[in-house]
Design a protein around this ligand. Structure first.
Ligand SMILES: Nc1ncnc2c1ncn2[C@@H]1O[C@H](COP(=O)(O)OP(=O)(O)O)[C@@H](O)[C@H]1O
Ligand SMILES: [Mg+2]
Length: 267
């Protein structure tokens, strides 16, 4: 491959949307999986690329047991096309890889898989803002990025770095999603567990849309472990409804001209 020659990546895909977070454990993969599923439930053709080289989770979240891949075609489940770094390599290995090797794997992942024609490809990005994230952001012709945070300050510091990284590589930030915003009991009383208002604050200070709050629900984790996203398994749950609203917002935001993220930014 000649690095000087830009390759057409993901040729049949209309919108490529990265789901990112500064920090791991904030629910990035859960958001990516449920957003992909919600877009599918709204009638779009959707792929989900699990590019989290250090902690691939699509195989578990969709109950797939696939051997390391030799075919370039994604696996189909619930009408979604799925592909995971976890099919292609041993995540234990990636931890010790240097930047160029990471970039090479990511590049191969982007260019060698045949997604066919898709309305949306959702990319579950690796957490952080290192080589893998930069390579993906620069090479994947991203329509935009959705940044996931939890409400508290620690997660926010890292999410802020994520926003900054996308701006540096001129990828529009479609907005901030706050996950694990509160727990709602049977009486409808909402109790914040991990702090209050961080997502909105980050959106405001970054000048990007706030895409909404996702409640804490133990069934989210249960569904993730059992191979069926909550938006499909319990479509009437408040968290599923929040995902369907998020999908509608993403459809709308992704189709807009990207004026917000394109002005020069001070680095
Ligand atoms: N809204 C939520 N309510 C309850 N559990 C959640 C929620 N979002 C994520 N989780 C759980 O939190 C854990 C971390 O989520 P995950 O999506 O793997 O995070 P990341 O990809 O950011 O590391 C998982 O066990 C997941 O099921
Ligand atoms: Mg993950």
């Amino acid at each position: 491959m000649n690095p000087g020659m830009p390759q057409k990546v993901l040729p049949g895909v209309k919108q490529v949307i990265a789901v990112a977070s500064g920090k791991g454990g904030v629910g990035k993969s859960t958001v990516a999986a449920n957003l992909a599923m919600a877009l599918r439930m709204k009638g779009h053709s959707v792929g989900l690329m699990d590019a989290d080289i250090y902690g691939p989770s699509v195989p578990i979240m969709f109950g797939l047991s696939v051997d390391p891949k030799t075919t370039p075609f994604p696996v189909e489940k619930y009408g979604l096309k799925l592909m995971s770094m976890g099919f292609m390599m041993d995540p234990q290995q990636a931890v010790i890889w240097r930047g160029p090797k990471v970039a090479q794997m990511v590049q191969a992942f982007l260019t060698q898989i045949d997604w066919g024609m898709l309305d949306f490809l959702i990319i579950d990005m690796p957490p952080g803002t290192g080589d893998a994230q930069l390579t993906l952001s620069q090479s994947a012709s991203l329509t935009g990025a959705v940044v996931v945070t939890t409400p508290g300050e620690v997660s926010l510091i890292d999410a802020r770095k994520g926003v900054k990284m996308f701006r540096e590589v001129r990828v529009p930030v479609l907005g901030i999603v706050e996950n694990m915003s509160y727990f709602e009991d049977a009486t409808g009383k909402k109790t914040p567990i991990f702090g209050v208002g961080g997502g909105l604050k980050l959106a405001q200070e970054s000048g990007v849309p706030f895409l909404g709050e996702l409640p804490i629900d133990p069934r989210v984790a249960e569904c993730g472990d059992n191979g069926e996203p909550i938006v499909r398994k319990y479509p009437d749950s408040p968290v599923a409804k929040a995902y369907l609203t998020l999908a509608a917002t993403v459809i709308e935001t992704a189709s807009k001209p990207t004026a917000e993220a394109l002005p020069e930014v001070q680095l």
